[in-house]
Ligand binder design. Structure first.
Ligand code: GLC
Length: 422
């Protein structure tokens, strides 16, 4: 297919997945609005329908809680295609119903991009002015609910919050999670996608058990932070939050107050230092920290390269990371979630090997930012080849380039339009 035909197909995927101002990641497998998916998807919309791109973000914030949390799923309408739905999350006092955890906060970065790409920045200023306090409240939620001790690193309390659901980096911390009370549940994901490409049953049990623990504690942020058995300072969410805070600070120059600008600058400095301290010499990347055991999580995954996206590495570290990443790509496609020589590598299973277009987008941005334009260009070229060969799949096998997981995927289509096929 020609690039023009691929772009036409990408536009049609977004239109087909449009449910009225928000876009489902793909029909049936993910029938609601997902937090970070919407951020990337808005960039795709902006290439042909800017007003619709803004609606995507506005509809995401319809799900925001009064404490600032922007949930990872907004259940705008009912569906029997997905488990766990609103009845399991039990957050029914919220309208629309939502999940009770968050996801990587890319939204402020995307709003800045939308504004800067707009042919009519003054015309959209009112929309940004309305979004700005909501984004600020969201970032503050991360700092207050998830870093109440002001360490500079926020924690995730569920693997789903990382967006990298079954990363091998979570295996150790998950062993502390007890079996769920409810064992009669029926997964829906494996009726839409081959089970070999989805998380295993034992992992799923723990995902559900964690949700039960949140419900039992009434989603009270302090109790969740202190009592939940899975508490991890995920390197990728911290890098993404730092980057988004930098972008929010740029927006604050026009839409915020002096006190807010000072607050954001303080957070940026604190986070930058704390992430820099997660460098893992000898591994050529950064690593997450298990806050329950207090230990560094010694797994190598592509998440460890994301501090590039926030400009954290020194010049020497960035060069070392680029050399390491290039090694991961030898004889295959960049960037696998796990390099093929690791014991946990599985080329087809979700976040244990495959290439994800959105991760590539952030890593390429980070490499360019940190003085590594050649590898950045290679990542973009690989992403394009994967899309040309396999279409807009959810994720790709890094060895043979085949498409895996769900098909006609919104964020892959969007990243194609906004970047890889550009
Ligand atoms: C999966 C991914 C997550 C994504 C969601 C919707 O759960 O792990 O990152 O947001 O699907 O695409």
């Amino acid at each position: 297919m020609s690039v023009a035909d691929l772009k036409t197909e990408a536009v049609s995927i977004l239109r087909t997945n449009d449910r009225g101002g928000y876009t489902v990641p793909t029909a049936r497998l993910y029938p609601y609005q997902w937090n970070w998916d919407s951020g990337f998807t808005a960039l795709g919309w902006a290439t042909f329908d800017e007003a619709r791109a803004w609606r995507e973000i506005e509809r995401l914030f319809e799900g925001q809680w009064t404490d600032g949390l922007v949930p990872h799923i907004i259940f705008h309408q009912e569906s029997s295609d997905y488990f766990p739905g609103p009845d399991v999350w039990q957050t029914s006092k919220h309208d629309p119903a939502t999940s009770g955890i968050s996801q990587p906060p890319v939204v402020a970065t995307m709003v800045r991009k939308l504004l800067e790409a707009s042919p009519d920045p003054d015309g959209v200023a009112e929309r940004v002015r309305a979004l700005y306090p909501k984004m600020l409240a969201y970032h503050r939620w991360w700092w207050q609910a998830r870093d109440p001790e002001d360490t500079g690193l926020v924690v995730i309390l569920h693997p789903w919050e990382s967006g990298m659901d079954n990363s091998p980096a979570w295996d150790g911390a998950l062993t502390r999670v007890p079996p769920p009370r409810r064992t009669d549940y029926v997964r829906r994901d494996t009726s839409h996608v081959d089970a070999a490409e989805r998380p295993r049953a034992a992992d799923y049990d723990r995902y559900i058990s964690l949700v039960e623990g949140f419900v039992e504690r009434g989603y009270e942020a302090g109790r969740l932070y202190r009592e939940t058995p899975f508490r991890v300072a995920d390197i990728s969410i911290n890098a993404i939050l730092l980057r988004a805070t930098e972008d929010l600070a740029i927006l604050a120059e026009r839409f915020g107050t002096g006190a807010e600008r000072a607050e954001l600058a303080g957070r940026i400095a604190l986070m930058r230092q704390a992430i820099a301290d997660c460098w893992s010499p000898g591994r050529h990347l950064f690593q997450s920290v298990d806050r329950v055991s207090g230990e560094r999580i010694d797994h190598v995954t592509s998440a460890g390269f994301l501090p590039l996206y926030a400009g954290v590495p020194t010049e020497a570290q960035a060069a070392e990371m680029a050399a390491e990443m290039a090694r991961w790509g030898e004889g295959g496609f960049l960037v696998p979630t796990v390099p093929h020589w690791e014991a946990s590598f599985d080329s087809k299973r979700y976040w244990r090997g495959p290439v994800w277009a959105v991760v590539n987008f952030m890593l390429a941005d980070g490499l360019a930012r940190c003085g590594q334009p050649a590898l950045s260009a290679r990542i973009r070229a690989d992403t394009r080849v994967l899309i040309e060969r396999a279409g807009f799949a959810e994720y790709f096998d890094p060895r043979d380039g085949s498409g895996r997981g769900g098909g006609t995927f919104s964020w892959t289509a969007a990243v194609g339009l906004a970047w890889a096929l550009e």
